[in-house]
Ligand binder design. Structure first.
Ligand code: CAA
Length: 245
């Protein structure tokens, strides 16, 4: 029960890493707002409720500030406070620089970068009011080291590291810890578009010789959301099997 009675907002919680985080947080005693643009999150929330979890689904487009503000008002009305924000929502629109469309570039910036800004700015006032909070952003191995075909995605994930450090400096005095997790290549739907040839090459580069599991990332989120990480601030935790060091 490492998150007993904490209220967590997890974006991108309809599937993949966000859903795994929601399940993990519930197991550790948290009340969870599952936030996603994808309304199938409603079904996932219902399944968790049927198992006795105190969770609620909120449909929101993180790229749209009005939608985010509306979501945060709904979460506070339902759970009365917000202790934890996991900025997990993210998309890819991969393409070589020479072929990447302006539209695909902008869409990834809107969701992965502006979305993190929107959610954090909307939530943080509630954490400041409570005098404590945990914000966990999701970077990526691509943002830290670059990745062929990911100009847009890598740009946003590098920017997330910069925002994490800035917010760690601004919000530390308010009792709020801000950290990031940088996942490597994890077994979710996000890698289904990656050619088999590329996956095979990647596995050879990973010292642990396997892709990550969603639980590998959910456990990192859990640590950074729990009291165990109270003196950790402004760091980026690499959970990538050691692919880059
Ligand atoms: N390293 C080195 N070279 C690579 C490469 C890589 N990772 N990926 C592709 N290339 C090379 C190809 O071998 C090819 O070389 P030749 O021209 O000599 O044949 C050239 O680049 C062009 O590749 P494609 O033929 O695949 O070009 P395309 O336009 O059809 O597709 C692409 C380009 C969409 C980027 C495709 O290669 C691709 O999907 N690559 C994988 C991108 C990737 O790794 N995405 C990560 C998704 S998971 C994620 O994002 C989560 C996270 O946080 C990490």
């Amino acid at each position: 029960m490492r998150l007993k009675d904490k209220v967590a907002v997890i974006t991108g919680a309809a599937n993949g890493l966000g859903l795994e985080a929601a399940i993990t947080f519930v197991r550790e005693g948290a009340k969870v707002a599952l936030v996603d643009y994808d309304t199938t999150g409603q079904e996932r929330a219902k399944e968790l409720q049927e198992q006795g979890a105190d969770v609620e689904f909120f449909q929101a487009d993180v790229a749209n500030r009005e939608s985010v503000d509306h979501m945060v008002i709904g979460v506070v009305k339902r759970f009365e406070k917000i202790d934890i924000l996991i900025n997990n929502a993210g998309i890819t629109r991969d393409g070589m620089l020479t072929k990447l469309s302006q539209e695909d570039f902008q869409m990834v910036i809107d969701v992965n970068l502006t979305g993190v800004f929107n959610c954090t700015q909307a939530v943080v006032q509630h954490m400041i009011a409570g005098g404590k909070g945990k914000i966990v952003n999701t970077s990526s191995v691509s943002g830290v080291y670059g990745n062929v075909g990911q100009t847009n995605y890598a740009a946003t994930k590098a920017a997330v590291v910069g925002m994490t450090k800035t917010w760690a400096k601004e919000l530390g005095r308010k009792g709020i810890n801000v950290n990031a997790v940088a996942p490597g290549f994890i077994e979710t739907s996000m890698i289904t578009s990656v050619p088999d040839k590329v996956i095979a090459e990647l596995k050879q580069l990973i010292p642990l010789q396997r892709l990550g599991k969603p639980s590998d990332i959910a456990n990192a989120y859990l640590y950074l959301a729990s009291d165990e990480s109270d003196y950790v601030n402004g760091t980026t935790l690499h959970v990538d099997g050691g692919i880059m060091m």
